[in-house]
Design a protein around this ligand. Structure first.
Ligand SMILES: Cc1ncc(COP(=O)(O)O)c(C=O)c1O
Length: 415
């Protein structure tokens, strides 16, 4: 399928056009049915068209569609701010600003960290992903396609290897790289912020080493550096907890949220300590659409629906199904390698074999799976990690059917 009037620089994964969706299932314009393991790239943890969200959105559309919060505050924004204070498990009172997208949240977090510290440098991680706007993309730990051909980008930004049981980098190696950075590249008192994903999304669903996370936390405290945790993909229940930082035992100074926050409506947020959030002059933060009333109505409903018990239950059911399927695939198919991630945020590494690279195997699987009626998405620096982002609310029959279709697709691949 061609899209002649759409920029060819958009990298479209599946050449089809979706018409409607219900929970974990979608139908294209030809009426073909698919099980959706992409979930709007992590936006649909509560599935397509969750009835409670649809109802809240309809009611809001009929009451107030928009008010530019900077000019004329509205109740929805205030309620989301209060709900976030209850929903985000940190020990301090939370202050926030709402944005339209994850990248915009990243950009604003950089402004907030600069404003609060009077410093400019930022440390990010190899294979990390924080958005596609100019400052955000310079934080991404991957050149192609994000930074290629763009020239000078807003800096200074430095990258460290990402320590994880899902990569070959240990906590000690990453700490040594950080020590070297402070000695060779940039003094610690010029660093405004360190930004990291507790579980890398684009980078291949890799869990940050918990010991390293603790060392990072104390190092930031010691040097007055703002620790920004980007949970735009890992937050809102994806890992079985509200936020993945709970698995690591640390708290952020600033937290980035987005994607599943408003179940499909464009809404994201930067939230954190008021002492940081209040650091810029009045008017230094804002935006015409940020915190749109309809998106706020969706977000309030999402937070009501995601109570602790349900999240754990959904996360455990999802994880159990994937772990079992992965065990079976790994025994049967030579290109299927290790499983990455945690909870319901799981990736499957595709290995090189004598016939093809892991990335080629995964690309072939994406096509075969689509033909078998299931939609999949790659991740990882080499595009060789299958990321499974079906809604947490997926019915067990749909999950079984989806996994069966993936198995059938795997059976068609050359070893
Ligand atoms: C961890 C992370 N941060 C930031 C972003 C950027 O969010 P958006 O696409 O809403 O700008 C993404 C998007 O994939 C993400 O996964």
């Amino acid at each position: 399928m061609d899209f002649p009037h759409v920029s060819g620089s958009l990298g479209i994964v599946h050449p089809l056009c979706i018409e409607r969706g219900r929970n974990a299932e979608v139908w294209d314009e030809q009426g073909r049915h698919y099980i959706d393991f992409i979930g709007g790239i992590g936006v649909l943890n509560l599935g397509h068209g969750h009835p409670a969200v649809v109802e809240a959105v309809k009611a809001q559309v009929e009451t107030l569609m928009h008010s530019a919060f900077n000019a004329l505050p509205h109740r929805g924004y205030l309620e989301v701010a209060e709900a976030l204070d209850r929903f985000v498990p940190v020990d301090y009172p939370l202050s926030c600003m709402l944005t339209n997208s994850g990248a915009e949240a990243t950009e604003n977090a950089l402004k907030i960290a600069r404003g609060a510290t009077g410093r400019q440098a930022v440390i990010a991680f190899d294979d990390g992903f924080h958005g596609r706007t100019l400052a955000a993309l310079n934080l991404n730990g991957k050149v192609k396609p994000y930074k290629h051909r763009l020239g000078a980008l807003p800096g200074p930004v430095f990258h460290l290897p990402f320590p994880s049981r899902d990569s070959s980098v240990s906590a000690d190696e990453a700490m040594a790289a950080l020590t070297r950075l402070f000695e060779v590249e940039v003094p610690s008192d010029e660093v405004a912020a360190i930004i990291v994903e507790p579980v890398q999304g684009e980078g291949g669903f890799r869990l940050l080493d918990a010991g390293f996370a603790a060392r990072l936390r104390s190092l930031c405290d010691e040097h007055g550096i703002v620790l920004i945790l980007d949970e735009i993909q890992s937050g809102f229940g994806r890992t079985g907890e509200r936020f993945a930082f709970s698995h690591l035992g640390i708290e952020p100074d600033l937290l980035l949220m987005g994607k599943s926050m408003a179940a499909g409506l464009p809404l994201a947020a930067v939230a954190g300590r008021a002492s940081l959030m209040d650091g810029l002059p009045r008017g230094g933060l804002g935006g015409t659409y940020s915190g749109n009333a309809v998106a706020c109505a969706a977000a309030r409903t999402v937070m009501d629906l995601m109570d602790e018990a349900r999240l754990r239950q959904w996360g455990e059911a999802f994880e159990a199904a994937i772990v079992t399927a992965h065990g079976d695939w790994r025994e049967r198919f030579p290109m299927v390698g290790a499983m990455t991630g945690i909870g319901a945020m799981r990736g499957i590494v595709f290995e090189d074999t004598e016939h093809a690279t892991g990335a080629e195997h995964l690309a072939a699987l994406l096509t075969a799976a689509r033909e078998a009626g299931v939609l999949l998405m790659p991740s990882g620096r080499q595009r060789n990690v299958l990321r499974l982002l079906a809604p947490l609310t997926i019915e067990s029959e749909a999950m079984d059917e989806g996994l069966l279709r993936i198995t059938r697709a795997l059976e068609t691949l050359a070893p």
